[in-house]
Design a protein around this ligand. Structure first.
Ligand code: CIR
Length: 260
């Protein structure tokens, strides 16, 4: 039997657009270099494929510089998919661009239709529940609507909180298997992972928390040697991907794909 929390047969990605320099960022730490980002993105896609999964590669969208961060547009569950409603106004249109692809793949597609907002980066699906971090992008109304939708499919949703100043809940954590979470100490300190096995990223390597378990591999941003060594010691097969350019736009490993 497959474990839907980390065993995936498909992923969706979208190539970075030439307008990428206009992407949102909390702080300006430099302009992302498109050719480097394209090379990193190609490595990311190749790594997903190396696990045996099919990767649906969508074309760039020049009118939506942040559209490469496809994770924020949908939540893909075994029973169906839900189109999100991003809290960033410039990203709302990305959902309509993604919907036809999702409809081709799922029979049951729902949509956050109310006044609330929710972005996929704030959602962590574990083996026992769906954790959603309220953030500057995800509000109580959006969480309430998602709670009702996933309840129809037998899922329990628990609302938690993304630390202040952190873009998304999953900026600070990722799932290594149904019961094991890789987290920053600051997020774990909130108590949201009680009952789970939690591995902490090394002090000063907080950006390594946005990694993904994808089939047999853990994709980590490169440059965080103490965290990758710790993961290897725990038996995880780690692949490092350069993330320097996406990091300038507050993006990381999870944002770059929808996995199901
Ligand atoms: C944004 O601010 O929306 C993008 N520049 C980065 C989105 C990253 N997405 C994610 O963590 N799921």
């Amino acid at each position: 039997m497959t474990d839907p929390t980390f065993e995936f047969s498909r992923a969706i990605t979208r190539r970075p657009a030439r307008t990428i320099a206009n992407g949102l960022r909390a702080e300006d730490i430099g302009t992302p270099d498109l050719s480097q980002m394209l090379a990193d993105h190609a490595h990311y896609v190749a790594t997903l494929k190396e696990t045996g999964a099919e990767v649906i590669e969508l074309p760039p969208l020049d009118q939506y510089p942040d559209a490469v961060f496809v994770e924020d547009t949908a939540l893909c569950l075994p029973q169906g998919a839900i189109m999100m409603r991003p809290g960033a106004p410039t990203r709302l249109g990305e959902v309509d661009e993604m919907e036809p692809t999702i409809r081709d793949l799922y029979d049951d597609v729902r949509r956050i239709r109310g006044t609330g907002h929710i972005e996929g980066g704030d959602i962590l699906v574990t083996g026992r529940e769906i954790l959603v971090g309220r953030s500057n992008r995800t509000d109580a109304v959006g969480v309430a609507e998602l709670t009702d939708i996933v309840a129809d499919w037998g899922h329990t949703l628990r609302e938690v909180f993304t630390p202040p100043g952190v873009l998304h809940f999953k900026t600070d954590c990722s799932l290594l298997d149904g019961e094991t979470i890789l987290s920053t100490k600051r997020l774990d300190a909130s108590g949201c992972f009680e009952g789970y096995r939690v591995l902490h990223v090394a002090e000063g390597e907080e950006a390594a928390a946005n990694s993904i378990r994808f089939n047999q591999l853990v994709l980590c941003p490169s440059g965080f040697p103490r965290t990758t060594e710790m993961l290897s010691k725990h038996g995880y097969d780690v692949v490092e991907i350069n993330n320097s350019e996406c990091a300038k736009l507050d993006g990381g490993m999870s944002c770059l794909s929808l996995r199901f």
